[in-house]
Design a protein around this ligand. Structure first.
Ligand SMILES: [Zn+2]
Length: 575
């Protein structure tokens, strides 16, 4: 690729809407442009990176026994009605009608379509296990698209689906995908962490997310310093400390005029927030439910959803307080409380000497003991882990870090095969539902995550395996004939070996060429300049380390060949 004719529209300034490095750099370096909110075009260099990531994904998927298919983006409503997700998916699914007024959705995921394909064409135990995947466009009408490709509305995803005869088979398929995912992210140049995850709208029982640690990540991960426990904070558990004890005195009413929040009452009474019981009122399937958590903790809605067994709940809003006037906003407490159900965090079991709302305007109760003054219908794990909490497995210390979710794997079980009647006949002719798994990788999101982990103040630092090119050739003062012909010779020799290289054949100043090269971030750079005039050497620069070495063209080719060979060794060997 010659830079004078390549379509690489670099920019001096960052786009105004870019909040994170990957978004800023992809636009500035001419890899990507915005069409509409959350919708982007990938220009030649961006497309190359995406194709490189896809190549790694394909190699690992194929080596793990998965077969590639191409499924339609447009999916008929009827299939989504069968799984119950046509209504469940809500406004996140892009919908449209054809000329005959039939409803379609643009696929945010493909469980329904693939299950339909398999149930119509696979009927015998002999055809299982089956593992199919595709790489293609997905649509999600995000409420708040942001961070460029990290949270877009149209994006490229690899999604895969496994079909097995039984649970054990599904777990084997799951493990094969889990292992392949690890190799994909490692080969893409990421440091990553697999964490236990919630199953959300996809469903199923067991799930792991693959997280790339990065400050801009929208997920928080809890991980243990002492063992390999790691989980998304939405469901990470932790060992609770011994409950606080009281002095055995009777609970006492204290006047707390106008003090409604834990913070206000805590400083008014001079007691730490951990001495408080936060009593949160939720409307759960139209009934008031009280949720009790320690005053220094937050209720975790993902955990709550599991405990409640429904996603139809919300924290009381203004209307709910009006509708149930017996609950006094700001002064609700568990003592003498009437609610459809009272659920408390496990940390409150046996707690004593606590402070809570008195269910009376301007009053709180102090010296409250669980068991004596109130109790809960259930004690559950409903608060979020935080930095410094105790690991549930080994009693080590939990740390919290931000991560970008680049992949997720799910053990679906019968979630789709049962309602959609995806059955097979076993050896005895008995009809049984297939046991499914589903596996996704955000390809364009992964490109952004790689940049978040690999950039500096001057630009991107592409890992070799996904880089838009192996080598960037920079002849300085291109008008000088001998430098020009050396650069062209190097370019041609690289092309003969099938390597992607970028030749900066523009008549620009050295400053401009170096600035653009830093921005674009190709791993190796060959500078043809003064050294070439003096003794025929070319300077090989490594973008990531800044390392520079002078050498002749043959040695340079040898070094690059080594780098290419090392990469090739990482590819799976399929027999
Ligand atoms: Zn641990």
């Amino acid at each position: 690729m010659k830079q004078s004719s390549a379509f690489i529209p670099t920019l001096k300034d960052s786009p105004a809407d870019a909040e994170v490095a990957s978004h800023r750099l992809l636009v500035r370096a001419g890899f990507m442009r915005r069409v509409a909110s959350g919708i982007y075009e990938l220009l030649p260099l961006g497309a190359r990176v995406v194709r490189n990531i896809e190549r790694i994904v394909r190699e690992e998927m194929n080596a793990a026994g998965a077969q590639e298919v191409i499924l339609p983006i447009m999916q008929p409503r009827e299939l989504w009605e069968e799984s119950g997700r046509w209504s469940k998916y809500g406004p996140e699914m892009m919908r449209l009608k054809d000329r005959a007024d039939r409803d379609f959705g643009l696929g945010p995921t493909h469980e329904e379509v693939i299950t339909d394909l398999v149930r119509s064409n696979v009927s015998s135990w002999r055809d299982l296990p089956l593992n199919l995947y595709q790489i293609g466009d997905k649509f999600r009408d995000e409420m708040r698209p942001r961070f460029g490709l990290l949270r877009g509305r149209e994006f490229i995803m690899k999604d895969g689906y496994s079909f097995d005869r039984d649970e054990e088979g599904m777990r084997r398929s799951y493990q094969a995908m889990y292992d392949a995912y690890g190799r994909i992210f490692t080969r893409s140049g990421c440091t990553w962490r697999a964490v236990e995850a919630d199953t959300g709208l996809i469903g199923g029982d067991v799930s792991h997310e693959f997280m790339v640690p990065a400050a801009v990540g929208e997920d928080d991960i809890a991980y243990c310093e002492g063992c390999d426990y790691a989980a998304n904070v939405t469901l990470a558990t932790f060992k609770r400390a011994e409950p606080l004890r009281g002095e055995g005195k009777a609970a006492e009413k204290v006047h707390t005029p106008e003090k409604r929040t834990i913070e206000e009452v805590s400083s008014f009474l001079g007691l730490g927030p951990d001495r408080f019981i936060k009593c949160l009122m939720f409307l759960v399937e139209d009934k008031p439910v009280a949720v009790l958590v320690p005053g220094d903790r937050e209720a975790n809605e993902t955990k709550l959803e599991r405990v409640l067994g429904t996603d139809e709940f919300r924290l009381f809003i203004e209307d709910d307080w009006k509708r149930f006037p017996s609950y006094l906003q700001g002064f609700v407490g568990p003592v003498g409380l009437q609610a459809a159900e009272v659920i408390a965090d496990v940390a409150l079991a046996g707690a004593g000497g606590m402070v809570c709302g008195a269910n009376e305007e301007d009053y709180h109760l102090a010296g409250v003991d669980e068991g004596r003054d109130f109790t809960a219908g259930r004690f559950e794990d409903i608060t979020s882990a935080r930095e410094g909490d105790v690991c549930p497995r080994c009693s080590g210390t939990l740390r919290i870090e931000a991560g970008i979710e680049v992949g997720q794997v799910f053990q679906l079980g019968l979630k789709y095969s049962e309602p959609m009647r995806c059955y097979y006949d076993d050896e005895d002719g008995v009809s049984r539902p297939m046991v499914m798994g589903t596996y996704g990788i955000g390809v364009t999101r992964l490109m952004s995550a790689i940049i978040e982990q690999h950039h500096d103040e001057r630009g991107m630092l592409w890992p070799l395996a996904v880089a838009p090119a192996l080598l960037h050739i920079l002849p300085l003062n291109y008008e000088r004939e001998e430098r020009r012909s050396a650069a062209r010779e190097l370019y041609e020799r690289c092309q003969e070996r099938g390597w992607e290289v970028l030749l900066d054949d523009r008549e620009e100043s050295a400053g401009v060429k170096f600035a653009d090269a830093d921005l674009i971030g190709i791993p190796y750079r060959a500078v043809v300049g003064k050294g070439y005039d003096e003794d025929g050497t070319i300077e090989l620069q490594v973008r990531t380390t800044g390392e520079k070495n002078k050498m002749d063209m043959d040695s340079l080719m040898g070094l690059l060949q080594q780098a290419v060979d090392t990469l090739a060794d990482e590819r799976p060997h399929v027999s």
